[in-house]
Design a protein around this ligand. Structure first.
Ligand code: SF4
Length: 430
């Protein structure tokens, strides 16, 4: 039981107390600490007694602080627990070689779910994990439900040993753990009446079950299994089932509970629900409400009248192009700004993958090279690894700059981010 300290922030209380990188933290206020969650959980008091060792020598450090001030230590990331499933639609299994290494990690770790909102299947929880979830109130958790019919769920997970999902949800909600669920819709497997039944059976877990996202199965050209993707007819049916459920549930509870991923509306070619219907956008990270949220911000944003001569290029995946185009047309009214919007086809994963977040550096390069006279390319950050300037296929921003021969700047994937990219570029030219 111990945690290796990976960093001590400059000017922090920990630095003041002489804690150093490489020190090992054994306990806090007498509670053993196994990982960063234990650390967060036991660091609620203003007086902290840390049992630390350095080079085999143990010492006690007492820290008195006010108002829960962060003491300034960071830890080595824990070993992520791998999944025991072989989902028929697993995106990781559909990845070809040569992508970013972290993309091949098949994690199924309740700690990652609590800390970062990663989806888990509950198929590898031990009784001590469950005790810990209850005790430390690790909430909310993000759970892949797929179907409440265990036979279908086990088939989808490729795991005949997966436990009873209703029983697992019942147990977690009895500990008052909040849950966000997702159902990956595979046509012909868990849609239609099966989906209706799943939603009917899930509603009893409200309000601890806070949202359920319906997301379409994502298939790349590298898939092996013989499952098919969602077509327009499937999308219309899923939206209809959700609409019916949402209407009834909202009438009773003032909350629709079920949310449908943007891709379904795009596939079905029908309007998105209104901004209000997404509530506080609980599943935006899962592609639910992204378009509506973008359009809403785009509508409100105030544009400058003019900027100094600036030639910018931006790009997008196929599915978002019509929505971004609208905003780019507005940007074109800014005097001095010339902006090219480039649509990038996903040759790497295949034409059925149309979202911007799954574009590779090489595909972006192929679409942009020679298509614009711009001197700067703005790159939406959804195409990059978080906090790093690397695309999915290991191409870096620097590589891109060198091969395109123009400046390449990452921006936040929002209207504000795009406008900031433009105005910053204008300032840089000053
Ligand atoms: S849970 Fe399923 S989809 Fe997720 S990583 Fe494991 S096999 Fe892949």
């Amino acid at each position: 039981v111990a945690l290796v300290i990976n960093r001590v922030r400059e000017g922090s209380i920990a630095e003041e107390k002489g804690i150093k990188k490489g020190d090992i933290l054994h306990s806090m206020n007498r509670y053993p600490v196994n990982d960063v969650i234990d650390y967060l959980y036991y660091s609620k008091d203003d007086v902290l007694t840390l049992r630390i060792s350095r080079g085999g020598k143990a010492q006690t450090v007492v820290i008195k602080r006010e108002g829960h001030k962060d003491i300034g230590i960071e830890f080595k990331p824990f070993r992520v627990r791998r999944c025991r499933n072989r989902c028929i639609f697993c995106f990781v299994d559909q990845l070809p070689k040569g992508m970013r290494r972290s993309l091949y990690i098949k994690d199924d770790d309740y700690r990652m779910s609590f800390l970062y909102g990663n989806y888990i299947t509950l198929t590898n929880l031990t009784s001590s994990d469950k005790r810990r979830i209850a005790e430390q109130r690790l909430s909310p958790l993000y759970i892949s439900i797929h179907s409440t019919d265990n036979t279908i769920r086990r088939k989808m997970l490729g795991n005949p040993k997966a436990g009873d999902i209703i029983e697992a949800l019942r147990e977690l909600t009895s500990y008052r753990i909040r849950i966000h669920g997702q159902i990956v819709v595979c046509p012909g497997i868990n849609d239609g009446d099966i989906l209706r039944k799943s939603l009917r059976e899930l509603q009893r877990f409200y309000p601890y079950l806070q949202s359920v996202a319906l997301v379409p199965v994502g298939l790349t050209r590298h898939r092996k299994a013989g499952i098919r993707g969602v077509n327009r007819e499937d999308a219309l049916k899923v939206i209809e089932i959700a609409k019916d459920f949402r209407r009834k549930f909202k009438k009773r509870h003032g909350d629709p509970l079920v949310h449908v991923a943007d891709e379904f509306y795009i596939k079905a070619d029908i309007p998105f629900p209104s901004y209000k219907e997404y509530g506080d956008f609980p599943q935006i990270e899962n592609g639910v409400g992204l378009v509506t949220s973008f359009l809403n911000s785009a509508k409100r944003i105030r544009l400058p009248r003019r900027v100094k001569e600036t030639r910018i290029a931006v790009f997008t995946g196929v599915s978002f192009k019509p929505y971004l185009e609208h905003f780019v047309d507005r940007l074109r009214t800014i005097e001095g700004l010339s902006i090219d919007l480039i649509e990038v086809n996903n040759e790497f994963f295949g034409p059925s993958v149309t979202v911007t977040g799954l574009l590779t550096g090489k595909d972006i390069f192929k679409s942009v090279a020679g298509k614009t006279g711009a001197d700067c390319l703005l790159v939406p950050d959804v195409t990059l690894k978080q906090d790093e300037n690397v695309f999915l296929d290991n191409v870096t921003i620097k590589d891109m700059e060198e091969s395109l021969g123009m400046k390449v700047i990452p921006i936040e994937s929002t209207p504000e981010g795009l406008l900031r990219g433009i105005t910053d570029e204008y300032k840089r030219k000053d």
